[in-house]
Design a protein around this ligand. Structure first.
Ligand code: NAD
Length: 512
């Protein structure tokens, strides 16, 4: 049973893909894969529409986002239904991760964008303050390509799209072929909100469409997905000398200190490990707990994991894996770990009771750092727990990875928490909570090492969809330029004196 299967088509016709449910295997629908000429046509429409969109004020653009937000709230049940059908997530998880997060993103950026995108006056230093004035205008880049993955099909399509639109760009959105109907929701909302034609173009398809988008001639790519694809996107953007942000995979560590609230930490471990069936870029993938409290912590995690309900319908806590290929990766890593000496205290296998793509919530001990489970991204409901002598060992092992997306630390000692956070080589760190940085739009969100390039949130995340244009005005009507030439001994000596004064005397240094 595969979720995405090619459909036979007549020679020369566009490729078609059939999508089936990860829960029941029942067909959900088919998509036609848009090719390079479809992408070029969409880009042409976007290019035509963008100048008028950019000419509107940010406040006017906010009104479209607000209308789309109203529609999202009104249609939330239907949206949850589409996401659940396509992904097998519990409805509460779909509402939390997709609808709540999308509403928060639209509200946050609508409120902040006008101020963040306003032309800024920046005071100048040294002698420049007497001669020049600087303002920085934030101009749209033009047309932005947004490429999104399947694990958060609505929010990871919507959030970059909203920011790029508010900044005055047109957007070509290419959601994942694994969740095309959830990805389409974003384009539908904005269409119904009356967004001018061409300002947001939906591209339906798979890697072929995504690659064509990177090559089509857009002005930036905002990519969220795997490291392997991210690298291809980076190469394509480098060849065209266009910027890209890459939000890639993770191998997030969790560190449990001896003074941690162990009930809270156990709850955080299972939420971090099993949220979205572990298909969460900032999911907890490795737990390092200090020896003193390891037995008690593991006991609590095991008890809580055993209480989780995994079902195909009704009320349940842990849903299906969205994608059979991911399920195979998870099963291979867990099988290899068990064959190599690890023990599954709970789970450890595909759920034999359920027909769809379900992997049991799993807690493993006795894992080694050289196991694939501890080195590759797992992206499944699997929580390997490692005992460590002390916090130095915890930090060293947490940092021994090619990834660096999120991390979380559990302790009652605020000073220690801050100190540990600064020693973890990661894009962000959360204290006494699972990694939820993506849900905090004020925080710059991005990865270290293979986890990505650039930031998607925070002030610079939004401004990343613009060109910062410095405009430098002369205070004296340009009279200085009139005396630039000729050079000569007198000018040279004057410059020498000025250098000595400005950078070599206390008064000069104060002025500089
Ligand atoms: P993926 O890389 O397979 O696909 C992502 C998107 O890229 C899809 O839309 C796909 O069609 C498209 N694509 C495929 N080949 C392409 C190409 N050559 N050029 C351009 N686009 C192409 O990733 P996935 O399996 O859909 O998503 C899971 C991955 O995403 C995990 O590694 C996860 O950690 C990561 N992720 C990261 C974040 C983050 O913010 N850092 C968030 C969510 C998911």
């Amino acid at each position: 049973m595969a979720i995405v299967t090619p459909v036979e088509v007549a020679p020369g016709a566009r490729r078609r893909l059939a999508i089936s449910s990860p829960v029941t295997g029942e067909p959900i629908g088919e998509i036609e894969v848009q090719n390079a000429s479809d992408v070029r046509a969409a880009l042409e429409r976007a290019r035509k529409a963008q100048p008028a969109w950019a000419a509107q004020s940010v406040g006017e653009r906010v009104r479209y986002v607000q209308r789309a937000l109203g529609l999202l709230i009104e249609k939330q049940d239907r949206i949850v239904e589409v996401v659940v059908r396509e992904s097998g997530k519990p409805a509460t998880e779909a509402r939390m991760m997709e609808v709540f997060a999308a509403c928060d993103s639209m509200t946050y950026w609508s409120k902040r964008a006008p101020a963040l995108l306003r032309t800024e006056r920046v005071p100048l230093h040294g002698l420049l303050r007497f001669t020049k004035k600087l303002e920085i205008a934030y101009r749209p880049l033009g047309v932005v390509g947004v490429i999104s993955p399947w694990n958060g099909p609505v929010i990871l399509s919507l959030d970059p799209t909203v920011q790029a639109l508010l900044a005055g760009n047109a957007v070509l959105l290419k959601p994942s072929e694994v969740t095309p109907f959830s990805g389409r929701i974003v384009a539908d909302l904005f269409r119904e909100a009356g967004l001018p034609e061409g300002v947001l173009e939906l591209l339906v398809g798979d890697g072929e469409t995504g690659a064509a988008l990177c090559e089509a001639g857009v002005d930036k790519i905002s990519f969220t997905g795997s490291v392997a694809t991210g690298r291809r996107v980076a190469v394509a953007c480098a060849e065209r000398l266009i910027p890209c942000t890459l939000e890639l995979g993770g191998k997030d560590p969790m560190i449990v200190c001896a003074d941690a609230d162990l009930d809270a930490a156990a709850g955080g471990a299972i939420a971090g490990g099993f949220l979205n069936s572990g298909q969460f870029c900032c999911g907890t993938e490795r737990v390092y707990v200090v020896e003193e409290v390891a037995d008690r912590f593991i006991e609590k995690v095991v008890a809580r994991t055993k209480a989780l309900r995994q079902e195909a319908s009704g009320e349940f806590d842990v849903g299906a894996m969205f994608w059979p290929r991911q399920l195979e990766i998870v099963a291979r890593q867990v099988d290899e770990a068990i064959a190599g000496g690890a023990t599954a205290l709970v789970g450890g296998r595909r759920n034999p009771r359920l027909k769809g793509h379900f992997f049991e919530p799993t807690v493993l001990v006795g894992v080694r750092d050289d196991m694939a489970l501890m080195r590759e991204e797992n992206f499944g409901p699997v929580l390997p727990i490692v005992r460590v002598r002390d916090l130095d060992e915890a930090i060293a092992r947490a940092n021994d990875t090619s990834y660096g997306l999120g991390a979380n630390v559990w302790t009652r000692d605020a000073r220690l928490a801050g100190e540990l956070a600064r020693r973890i080589d990661s894009g962000s760190v959360c204290i006494n909570d699972l990694t939820m940085t993506y849900g905090v739009p004020e925080a710059p969100f991005g990865g270290r090492k293979q986890s990505g390039v650039g930031h998607v949130h925070g002030r610079d995340g939004l401004r990343g969809y613009t060109q910062a244009l410095p405009i430098i005005r002369d205070r004296w009507g340009g009279r200085q330029a009139a005396t630039h030439y000729p050079y000569g001994e007198a000018k040279d000596q004057g410059m020498k004196k000025l250098i000595r004064f400005l950078f070599g005397t206390p008064l000069g240094r104060w002025l500089s």
